[in-house]
Design a protein around this ligand. Sequence first.
Ligand code: GLC
Length: 561
Amino acid sequence: MTTATKWWQSAVFYQIYPRSFADGNGDGIGDFPGITARLDHLRDLGIGAIWLSPHFPSPFVDCGYDISDFDGVAPEYGTMADFHHFLREAHARGIRVVLDLVLNHSSDQHPWFGESRASRDNPKRDWYVWRDGQGGGPPNNWISVFGGPAWTLDPRTGQYYYHAFLKEQPDLNWRHPALKQAMFEMVRFWLGLGVDGFRLDAIGAAFEHPDLPPHRARLTPLQQLNPLALSPDEWRSLMEYQQHQSGVHELMKELRRLVDVYPGDRVLIGEDDDVAFHGNGDDELHLVFNFPLMRAERLTPAHIRANQAARLAALGPNWPCNTLGNHDGRRLWSRFGDGLHDAALSRLHLALMATLRGTPVLYNGEEIGMTDLELTDLAQFRDTAALARYRLLTTLEGLPPAQALASVAATTRDRCRGPLQWSDEANGGFCPPGVAPWLPVNADHAGGVNVADQDRDPGSLLNFYRRVLALRKATPALLAGDYRALDEDNEDVLAFLRHDAASGQTCLVALNFAAAPRRAAVGLAGSARVLLASAGGRAELGSLDALALAPHEVLIAELAA
Ligand code: GLC
């Protein structure tokens, strides 16, 4: 697929974290009425599709990724009627809706698990993964993603159940035909309601090796309790038998066939960076995230060029999907900022998302430069994995509470999950003054980091996002063009061409990551019309041989035909 002909190739995606987006009923928790009331914000921003993090009933031990009813709406988010209304209103604005599909596990409070754990001969016993222990311990040495053993003993039947994530998230057994059918029914249910596709949560974990071979990673006890801190190589070795096991591609093919029955090009996006999930290009997932791009301490031109070279080669004709943030990491502003030029860097990073080849996925709040929450009191934390880490640091490592708190505050996923800041009012306009939001609202909402203030300010980050996304939408080369790196040794400037054969259009993109003026030896002939120059002041590029760029300048120009 070389040209952007499908809606999911040209749309800009925007991830909504429902608990934090907008509170419609004033209880401090985001909900569907709140989201629906704010859809114009997304339309005005130029968003083509929403990826909604889980909205299903859940005990909320893993912030909604522990689902107790796959067919429902969490009561705190509203009713099924509220969901329908939201979907209709999004569609009325030309915005598609992609749901989060958590196939790997359910909540331990799901009625299926209640039945499964009731007795060894319950008809749903094998809907989950049960095994006998070994030598008085778990069946093997597998580790859960959030730390500690991946097996929990259920005293009622004396067997262990497997959980790739928290013990409250037992893994579903996809080798069981009835479980698969029940889950596929659920997928059909949502497709039938008119949703436009799914983001597949943790899809690489759907199958485990059936023989349970022990992993061969050599880890300290502390590393076993905090595997997310491992290097990518150590991680791969640890998860050798728990991820990317045989069966997963067959499952994706089945799912794809199921989805393709529905009209409207429903999309499947994998939370995985393995390009193998594209299958033959037309029989598994449509998109998988380019996580290696985001896995960097600093986004440098060299890192981005190397990433694009490797990624585009690996993808072949498959369509790229780029992102720099989601609900599991840090806020883009805080993560890739340098503390001095964060606003300018945020503009560069957005321009990068909008001009690289592929579908961009933005994370809510990024458009106004929301920053990481700094939690100071253990009672504020909602991220169970962080709380578990705190217990570990204070008990196993014997850290004083203040030090353990500082450590988890600096790593918790709560950092990027704070309420959206709509105005400079108390609680950032997320919920009424006086109501306690489920996570604190960042104090910087009063200092200009909010939608209302930035809406009024033509020079704001929000208005920059709007301009850049509008430009992308109107520019065939940015939507569909191929990618060619220029001036490849330049340490500070990322320069590349996007050429679209269908329209004949070629765009030059130059992003100066330095806080000082820089030149880029792009070595082109002819002239170009400036489409966007963040430093302002020029409409034409007379000489294209060497480009002069202002500090942190974003320059997008169309080459003369
Ligand atoms: C994915 C989600 C993450 C969740 C995990 C288990 O990685 O993005 O938030 O905790 O899966 O469902």
